[in-house]
Design a binder for this molecule. Structure first.
Ligand SMILES: NC(=O)c1ccc[n+]([C@@H]2O[C@H](COP(=O)([O-])OP(=O)(O)OC[C@H]3O[C@@H](n4cnc5c(N)ncnc54)[C@H](O)[C@@H]3O)[C@@H](O)[C@H]2O)c1
Length: 270
């Protein structure tokens, strides 16, 4: 059977315009179970994404990050042991020595690094060329992590290579040709668009204003957030932080009301 390129819109095929044979052959994907998910940038979002793919699809993990993702590694080890104890094939993990190792080995690759000068055009023509011809590449980090013009050329030359993009190099615009590619699924920067997340973002912004008014210092090191995560301890009086909502809002309810914030909601959201 000849491979069928992915269509961006399965919903455009209805019983009125498709035969049973078309249904059988079209929109058929590979089984993810037992395949390898590659994560580049195993920080907060990269690790959460990895867990989702491992728990949801029982994929094996290969990741590349400048730092060891110990918590993620421990999770995959424990989950693998759990599966084995239940008579199932255990999942595995590997920390790659180079990013190229991830690109060569993974079936699904998701990009989650920060955008800085080390990650600008991280995915370039040379790196696209070493990925599997049928790989799936996902980018919900920042657009310029991918050389988007090179990606369009790669998609044209490799119809079974697929990409899912939430972010774009010249956001809100796309490089010429990208919108026409049947093997690209694009969404308009909506990775954070759940009600829970957006309410949390709004709450955090309001708390920053309150924290500033209250004279809280700005927390200096964004990579050192453990003091905010100790369940039985009061979080440091610093902003930005959502976990010290009670401290901030309860001490100054009048300020919250003056800013138009529903203070009960601020506390309960956290
Ligand atoms: N699409 C959206 O709506 C959306 C929402 C939130 C965050 N983001 C983006 O998602 C990305 C991840 O966010 P996060 O909160 O998980 O960040 P994070 O800081 O927790 O994780 C980033 C990880 O990238 C790693 N990293 C840095 N440079 C690297 C390199 N050269 N190679 C490999 N790894 C490298 C870091 O060590 C870190 O572990 C960021 O780019 C952020 O801007 C997108």
């Amino acid at each position: 059977m000849a491979p069928t390129p992915v269509s961006p819109s399965a919903s455009s095929y209805t019983p009125a315009n498709a035969t049973i044979t078309m249904y059988c052959r079209r929109f058929v994907g590979n089984l993810l179970k037992g395949q390898t998910v590659g994560v580049i940038g195993a920080g907060r979002i990269g690790s959460a994404y990895a867990r989702m793919m491992i728990e949801g699809f029982k994929m094996n993990l290969i990741y590349y990050d400048l730092y060891q993702a110990t918590r993620l590694e421990n999770f995959v080890t424990a989950y693998g042991q759990f599966l084995k104890a239940n008579g199932e094939e255990p999942v595995t993990w590997k920390r790659a020595a180079t990013m190229e190792d991830v690109l060569r080995e993974a079936d699904v690759i998701s990009l989650h690094p920060v955008l800085d000068k080390t990650t600008y055009h991280l995915i370039n023509p040379e790196r696209l060329a070493i990925m599997k011809k049928e790989a799936v590449l996902v980018n919900a980090s920042r657009g310029p992590v991918i050389d988007e013009a090179a990606l369009v050329e790669h998609l044209k030359a490799n119809p079974m290579f697929r990409v899912g993009l939430d972010v774009f190099e010249d956001e809100p615009y796309m490089k010429p040709g990208l919108a026409d590619m049947k093997n690209a699924v694009v969404v308009p920067h909506i990775a954070s668009a759940s009600k829970w997340t957006r309410e949390g973002m709004a709450t955090l912004s309001a708390l920053n204003v309150l924290g500033k008014i209250k004279g809280y210092p700005v927390w200096g090191n964004p990579n050192q957030v453990e003091p905010f995560l100790q369940e039985n301890l009061t979080p440091p009086p610093a902003c930005p932080s959502i976990v010290n909502a009670k401290q901030i809002v309860c001490c100054r309810p009048a300020i919250g009301k003056a800013l138009g914030a529903n203070t009960d909601r601020l506390v309960s959201t956290c």
